[in-house]
Design a protein around this ligand. Structure first.
Ligand SMILES: O=C(O)CCC(=O)C(=O)O
Ligand SMILES: [Fe+2]
Length: 360
């Protein structure tokens, strides 16, 4: 893929360059912001030589399949990083930094952009407040659910053991409190992404992201998991390119603790992070090959509930079933009403998408 400057295609950033100590744990080093930026620059440096490119791609593939094997053999093993003090401390520190910038939106946006660019994900707590979250939660009871499916697999016992969630597509035109809450959520998310476009304006970031898929609700019963995968398995225009650039997942699980499992495990460029899917928390991460991730088994009897949306670069996938997002940034916004999409027939398009979604 050529970049905006018209430079020739070069090697994609290595997706698996996280630092790991000999125990297999990864740790974020505390670093000054200039060191941090230097590290980011290093990540952005490209290799030019063809041989290096081929070698790197082969070892990435091998590494990825080893990771997948590891994921499939985990069988609900307790999480290593998030449950332990180190990984959690890092995630919490980042969150606190963001919290401190609340009410100062321009600074908050810069911090969100920095975290996304630097480690591939960002976690925002107290995204909408308890009443919107509770109305969403209430509405989940009225959705019609169906099994989530892996790319090529039928809904067999084996595929359910790899991906055990149930999914549904709530309509933004739902009546009552649920519909209102959905629209509030969608609007807040669209505004956030629109604002972030100003900070994340590279071609492989949000530059060409103007659309999003219909939101998807997910429900993981006890023991359900989702093995390691990418949400968009596109490699420089090759492979299964669905245009997804940014994944947003908003969680609805009250009173969760690490012993409940169900973490979102992100294999980021700087480490492995287990993120607790707790109530009113939003996680954003790159949907493409920069972010292998998985949902760890839900060890609790309570269902793990979330609402997701994928933001799409249609230049990568012109036929993607995606719709215009609200593009006005909140800072300059004039209160344009959130576009309401009937998800009726979108559900069948979405199902087709789920069928072809490449799972590793
Ligand atoms: O619910 C989550 O934390 C992530 C789910 C996921 O990876 C997906 O639906 O593709
Ligand atoms: Fe995913």
């Amino acid at each position: 893929m050529d970049d905006a400057s018209g430079e020739p295609r070069r090697l994609r950033k290595r997706p698996f360059a996280w630092a790991s100590d000999s125990s297999g744990h990864s740790e974020e080093r505390s670093s000054s912001s200039s060191e941090q930026e230097q590290a980011d620059d290093t990540c952005d440096r490209w290799e030019d030589q063809q041989t290096v490119e081929i070698h790197t791609q082969v070892s990435e593939a091998v590494e990825y399949f080893q990771l997948r094997e590891q994921s499939m053999n985990d069988h609900g093993a307790p999480t290593k990083m998030g449950a332990g003090p180190r990984g959690e401390r890092v995630v919490v520190r980042r969150q606190e930094r963001l919290q401190a910038l609340r009410g100062r939106r321009p600074l908050m946006l810069r911090e969100i952009a920095k975290q996304l660019r630097g480690r591939g994900f960002v976690r925002l707590v107290d995204f909408l407040g308890p009443s919107v979250g509770s109305n969403l939660l209430e509405g989940f009871a009225q959705l019609s659910w169906q099994p989530g499916r892996l790319g090529d697999a039928q809904s067999s016992d084996q595929s359910r053991s790899l991906r055990g969630d149930e999914i549904a597509w709530p309509s933004l035109s739902e009546a009552g409190r649920f519909g209102e809450a959905l629209q509030r959520w969608m609007q807040a998310l669209d505004e956030l992404v629109a604002d972030l476009r100003l900070h994340l304006n590279r071609p492989d970031e949000l530059l060409r992201v103007e659309r999003r898929e219909p939101p998807m609700a997910s429900c993981y019963p006890q023991h359900a998991r989702y093995i390691r995968h990418y949400d968009n398995n596109c490699d420089e225009g090759l492979g299964d390119c669905n245009g997804r650039r940014l994944t947003a997942v908003y969680y609805l699980n009250k009173g969760m603790s690490h012993s409940d499992g169900g973490h979102l495990r992100i294999l980021g460029q700087r480490g492995i992070y287990d993120l607790l899917p707790d109530f009113d928390t939003l996680t954003l991460f790159w949907a493409d090959r920069r972010t292998p991730h998985e949902v760890m088994p839900n060890l609790s009897e309570r269902k793990r509930l979330a609402l997701s949306c994928w933001y799409v670069d249609v230049t990568e996938a012109p036929d993607a079933p995606a719709f215009p997002m609200r593009l006005e940034s909140q800072s300059t916004g004039r209160g344009v009403t959130c576009e309401v999409t009937k998800t009726h027939d979108l559900a069948s398009q979405q199902r087709q998408r789920e069928d072809v979604k490449q799972k590793i």
